[in-house]
Design a protein around this ligand. Sequence first.
Ligand SMILES: Nc1nc2c(ncn2[C@@H]2O[C@H](COP(=O)(O)OP(=O)(O)OP(=O)(O)O)[C@@H](O)[C@H]2O)c(=O)[nH]1
Ligand SMILES: [Mg+2]
Ligand SMILES: [Mg+2]
Ligand SMILES: [Zn+2]
Length: 390
Amino acid sequence: MDIAKIRKAFLEGKPVVLIDDKREMEADLIFPSELANASVINTMIDGKGMLCVAMDEHTLFEKGFFKLPSRNSETNFFVPVDHFDAGTGISASDRAKTIRALAKGENINAFRYPGHVHLLGGVGLNKRQGHTELSLELMELCGFSRSAIIIEILDSHGNSHNIDFTKQHAKKNGFLIITRNQVIQEYTKSKQLVKVVSIASLPTKFGTFQIVSFDNNYDFLEHTAIIYGDISKEPVPVRIHSECLTGDALGSLRCDCGSQLQNAMNYIKSQGRGIILYLRQEGRGIGLRNKIKAYHLQDSGMDTVDANIALGFPEDMRDYGVAAQMLRALGVQRIILLSNNPDKLSQLKHYSIIVDETRNVFGEVTPHNHFYLMTKMEKMGHVLKEVLKK
Ligand SMILES: Nc1nc2c(ncn2[C@@H]2O[C@H](COP(=O)(O)OP(=O)(O)OP(=O)(O)O)[C@@H](O)[C@H]2O)c(=O)[nH]1
Ligand SMILES: [Mg+2]
Ligand SMILES: [Mg+2]
Ligand SMILES: [Zn+2]
């Protein structure tokens, strides 16, 4: 995502299209509130959605605006307003006047309500990844104040989920297109939300490691790391290991996780240094309860990818942004990745972790996990040929 290009587009009066292709399957036009003018507002209302201004929830409260009662915690609407100087409030120039006043930080006494500019309170991209929160981070990344004009793009039938239409709309108008993941990646690279909070000695049968706990304001989960030897010299051998209670703790033979974790610890010991990031990503991110549901489907022959999809999940829900944050909190930027999973490698690159090399770390192949591993190789591209050819 080219921040400079987006900033230039905004300064030239052009909104950008932000596609949320993970949560809502909707796209919004986004523009900085502080640059609002009649022609931009007129362009944006072409999107046909509802023109709103996103600001941080705490800022709206500080300025005296109040929340509207909402049944679900989804869209965080505050009272819609018009600036007292903004005529009838509905024209593009009236709404631009209201929006600039909001961006300037005027408090609720300068506005009448209900008005024509809908207010949305952002709760932080680490807590909610909606257009509201994404647009506020985009403003900050581009050097504008944290207030954004956002409006959904609807097609000629009024459908807001027509991503192809939004791409044509962008092309026809010369708007840049960015995605939710791109904003999250830039946000992850620019803000450090994970920090080391304590380290303790952990003698294990593979040698004595240091176990680390973190203050994690990135996804608030209790991920941990174990460190062996001196990790100040880079690149550092690193295993990013997703939690698998059945494999790691209960000796399950249905997968290769438990033996893979032990082999990784042994390998790191043999190298004299390294890190294992233990991520609370049970079930490739779907959780233990759903993994056991998936196992139940797999008991009647379904493979591990189809089982996830049959339960309504993607084949792999894991995001390794928090791994990049943890490595940066440990002062590590360049690593040797111990994994057979190409998705870990490609995601880490997006989060600016430099992977000098990838080394396989295999688990034990058993009659119980052979089909599972074959599926990961054939359907998810995992590099397992070496252990599966026998
Ligand atoms: N949904 C689902 N998850 C599984 C299944 N078997 C194991 N898992 C999960 O798969 C993940 C394996 O984690 P890792 O070993 O770190 O990652 P990987 O994708 O195997 O890639 P490697 O780095 O090569 O090991 C854990 O979250 C396990 O809970 C299964 O049948 N279904
Ligand atoms: Mg939205
Ligand atoms: Mg594995
Ligand atoms: Zn497992």
